[in-house]
Design a protein around this ligand. Structure first.
Ligand code: PA5
Length: 453
């Protein structure tokens, strides 16, 4: 079971940088109301663990052997969840395993409009053996549809009309230009539920279709998320790890810890921290509160990887500004291990390692870092994950989504919109000459002192 420890966030343990008994009382007092509000609102992502994935799983199973490469074309919430799933649950060098060991296609992501990167990707693909999964909930995101246009040309030049057998779309079930394209061209298409925002969509076809192609047990992911849902529903605020995670972040934000660092001690979970960074930033970074008052609120999420970033970031974390709260994630079972051989018993740097395990070393490094932070009065919590497998990862993803929904209530903001990214999107349309945006183009040119592109 996923387990959260917060002893090293307590003021009676780490001193004045920690939370007090009064803080704890306050967060427990707000717990029932906050959790009830979220449950009553019933955000769409809460339903996803109960959806039936069989169409999608069948589609992936039937086609896995037909393609040597799958390319997911999407950005933000339409890419980060699938990246997190595949990097956590596949072999760490999945793409370079021989085909018979992989059992499915190599998986690549195209989540930018950097021509150098896309050229490089197309150079390593064989059109006849490649499937592109175009993922866009709105169906109109510039980066994604632009890449689709290039991809169609790449496929059509090589395959003519049968390019259509090499594209599958994941988009809104009815609306948007990508749905229209899927209809016109007869492309297979999976739905993104309209009431599920991009960053909360990992457990929909957005994340699950690529995962199924990579051979990940999608049923177990959903079972883990369902069990987590039941656990959170049936627990008190004190026992609810999603609520405690949200409430501690909120308490510490109020104490001037404006940044929150997620630091898994597991390479498999590095991209999960990247996914969380978007979930937390886009959901909580808001100008207005729920009453329309200007608050300009939001903890800045950072991500680090243990033990690697002990040699990069930890100096800053321990001695720099005391403006951060830390979340460590540690698997109990790494799924592999090494016992250190006793080659040099007389050498200080190596002798003490003999007979110990590599998993013990990485766990000791995490405890040591949390201790060094605590000793400097810097609070942290640690999430222990029994294993990085589909069941526990499904639970963890769901827990973080719920944590974000609770945090939205505590910070008093709408966790499900992203008005701050709209102007940049519209400005891009204006600069690229999309009709209806001529006025905005004029305004931008005035700002920038002339024609810019
Ligand atoms: O979380 C979000 O809502 C965003 O990050 C979107 O996922 C991102 O902008 C891509 O949008 P779309 O799926 O509509 O292409």
């Amino acid at each position: 079971m996923v387990h959260l420890e917060h002893r090293l966030a307590r003021a009676d343990v780490i001193g004045e940088g920690g939370f007090t008994y009064e803080d704890w009382e306050l967060l427990l007092r707000r717990g029932d109301e906050v959790r009830a509000k979220v449950r009553k609102m019933g955000p769409g992502f809460c339903r996803l663990p109960y959806d039936d994935p069989s169409d999608m799983v069948r589609f992936a199973r039937e086609r896995r052997g037909m393609y040597s490469d799958l390319v997911v074309v999407g950005i933000g919430g339409s890419a980060l969840g699938a990246i997190a799933l595949i990097s956590a649950l596949s072999h760490p060098y999945y793409n370079i395993l021989p085909e018979e060991k992989r059992g499915g296609p190599r998986v690549f992501f195209s989540d930018n409009v950097d021509p150098w990167q896309l050229r490089g990707l197309l150079d390593v693909l064989e059109p006849r053996r490649t499937l592109f999964n175009v993922v866009t909930k709105s169906g109109g995101t510039a980066e994604t549809v632009a890449t689709f246009l290039v991809v169609r040309r790449f496929l059509e030049d090589a395959l003519g009309g049968s390019w259509r057998e090499h594209v599958v779309v994941t988009t809104d079930p009815e609306r948007g230009d990508m749905r229209e394209v899927a209809g016109r061209e007869g492309l297979p298409a999976f739905p993104v539920p309209p009431d599920v925002g991009g960053r909360f969509s990992v457990l929909s076809p957005v994340g699950l279709l690529p995962a199924a192609f990579a051979g990940i047990d999608v049923g177990e992911l959903l079972a883990g998320a369902r069990d987590m849902d039941l656990r959170l529903k049936n627990s008190s605020p004190e026992e609810d790890p999603a609520y405690i995670g949200a409430a501690l972040n909120w308490i510490f934000y109020g104490k001037g810890k404006r940044m929150t660092v997620m630091m898994p001690y597991s390479r498999a979970l590095k991209e999960l921290a990247e996914w969380f960074r978007q979930l937390w930033a886009e959901s909580l970074g808001k100008k207005l509160d729920l009453e329309g008052k200007v608050v300009q609120v939001g903890p800045t999420p950072l991500r680090a990887l243990g033990a690697t970033d002990q040699h990069s970031q930890v100096q800053l974390y321990v001695e720099g500004p005391p403006d951060k709260f830390f979340t460590f994630i540690v698997p109990e079972d790494y799924g592999a291990d090494f016992v250190f051989p006793e080659y040099y018993p007389d050498l200080d740097a190596m002798g003490y390692l003999a007979g110990r395990r590599m998993s013990e070393l990485i766990k000791a490094e995490q405890i040591a870092t949390a201790y060094a932070l605590a000793e400097a009065g810097r609070p942290s919590m640690t999430i222990k994950l029994p294993k990085v497998d589909p069941y526990h990862l499904g639970g963890l993803l769901y827990m973080f989504e719920m944590q974000t929904a609770y945090a939205g209530e505590l910070f008093g903001v709408n966790a499900y919109d992203q008005p701050g990214v709209e102007l940049g999107k519209r400005a891009t349309y204006a600069l690229m000459g999309r009709s209806g945006y001529e006025g905005l183009r004029g305004e931008i040119e005035k700002f920038l002192g002339g024609i810019v592109i």
